[in-house]
Design a protein around this ligand. Structure first.
Ligand SMILES: *Cc1c(COP(=O)(O)O)cnc(C)c1O
Length: 376
């Protein structure tokens, strides 16, 4: 605490990101980064942008990137917003669409809803802006109970697939939530950070895409948020975007332009547009990660571990006897970093789980060898 901090800063409970070790001695499976490099075309575009042009401000409205996104996903550029990572896009969305003032929140339907076990940045944004929120409980199998979001409220936000469980909510349930809240004008934000790793809506290898980007024209209150940090190997470039109807996008622009007119720099704009146009490359690396994930999950279950059914680029797993905290420390000693979520007060349904990002096959073989040593 400092006497220089205002009341709001004193009240903040900031998000704690996974460790980024300074030496590269660790196998890093703790922050869901992609183990494969960005495509050659992406890197060439960034190199071309790294020149004399950097003395100029970037395009404040990110036109080229928004056009690339619009073309790839079959929407209009006016239905796309780009930001400095999807974390920034989410922060702007909380500020733009969720009420803070108690009377206004009550008129709109009350608190904003997100699951009790989910991306831990949501409560941080809610507290930053002063948005009241409530957290419906995940079911005992750690899936989202979509019916718990079919109740009058000030807005909804959840990742699909959910984090850190990796479990996907079927498309029709996502759309049922959006439909339920449309009339009241409550915004439903679907954070599709991991959607490219989902096998299918039914989880059985079918081919119904899980993403609901194609439904934004039917649901004017639906905002889909995506990132290039996971399936597109660009966590270091910081690019996220949102797709939604023009009024939602304009709301995000109003917040951005009251904060920073140029959150996306020239290198990021060039690299992101090239990456979005290079879908074939990233689809191939995504396929590799899915197959490594399936093989890793099967090997863990064979060793007596519990692994939740993952549609993401990570596994949420429980050691047969060790607590999550102990297991994380043992793996660290073996040179492998994974993420353990410390519950407030130490009691939580996920205290015995750790989240393991999917690396290369070589990374996962080393991980499985360490797990064999830790098994009973
Ligand atoms: C990683 C992640 C993000 C953040 O992505 P950036 O674009 O890197 O800011 C957002 N939501 C969820 C659920 C994530 O896991």
């Amino acid at each position: 605490m400092s006497r220089f901090w205002n009341a709001r800063t004193r009240e903040l409970a900031p998000y704690i990101p996974g460790e980024q070790p300074r030496q590269r001695a660790y196998i890093k499976l703790n922050t869901n980064e992609n183990p494969y490099p960005p495509s050659p075309a992406t890197l060439q575009a960034i190199a071309r942008a790294a020149g004399e042009g950097l003395r100029l401000y970037p395009d404040p409205v990110c036109r080229e990137l928004r056009e690339a996104v619009a073309e790839r996903w079959g929407v209009k550029p006016e239905q796309v917003f780009a930001g400095n990572g999807s974390d920034e896009v989410l922060a702007f969305a909380f500020a733009a669409f969720f009420e803070t003032e108690p009377d206004a929140a009550a008129r709109r339907g009350g608190a904003v809803l997100f699951p009790d076990i989910t991306y831990s940045f949501y409560p941080v944004y809610a507290r930053l802006w002063g948005v009241p929120y409530e957290c419906p409980r995940l079911q005992d199998d750690f899936s989202i109970d979509h019916a718990s979001f079919l109740t009058r409220c000030g807005g909804v936000v959840f990742p699909n697939p959910n984090a850190p469980t990796g479990i996907a909510l079927p498309r029709e349930h996502v759309l049922a939530i959006a439909r339920y809240h449309a009339e009241q004008g409550a915004v439903v934000i679907v954070d599709e950070a991991y959607v490219d790793f989902a096998r299918s809506a039914d989880g059985a290898g079918g081919n119904v895409p899980l993403s609901v980007i194609d439904s934004i024209k039917d649901h004017l209150n639906l905002l889909v948020v995506r990132t290039l940090s996971k399936s597109t190997s660009l966590a270091g470039l910081r690019i996220g975007f949102a797709v939604g109807n023009e009024e939602l996008i304009e709301g995000l622009c109003r917040v951005r332009d009251s904060f920073n007119s140029y959150p996306v720099d020239r290198l990021a704009l060039a690299g992101a547009a090239a990456a979005v146009r290079d879908a074939a490359y990233y689809e191939e690396t995504t396929r590799k990660i899915i197959s490594t994930r399936e093989r890793t999950a099967a090997a863990l279950v064979e060793k007596g571990y519990t692994a939740l059914p993952s549609s993401a680029n990570f596994l949420f797993i429980r050691h047969p006897i060790l607590t999550g905290a102990e297991f994380r420390i043992r793996l660290r000693e073996a040179g492998i970093l994974v993420r353990h979520f410390n519950a407030e007060g130490g009691v939580s349904r996920i205290a015995d789980f750790v989240r393991v990002s999917i690396g290369t096959d070589t990374d996962m073989d080393a991980f499985l060898a360490a797990c064999a040593k830790e098994a009973v």
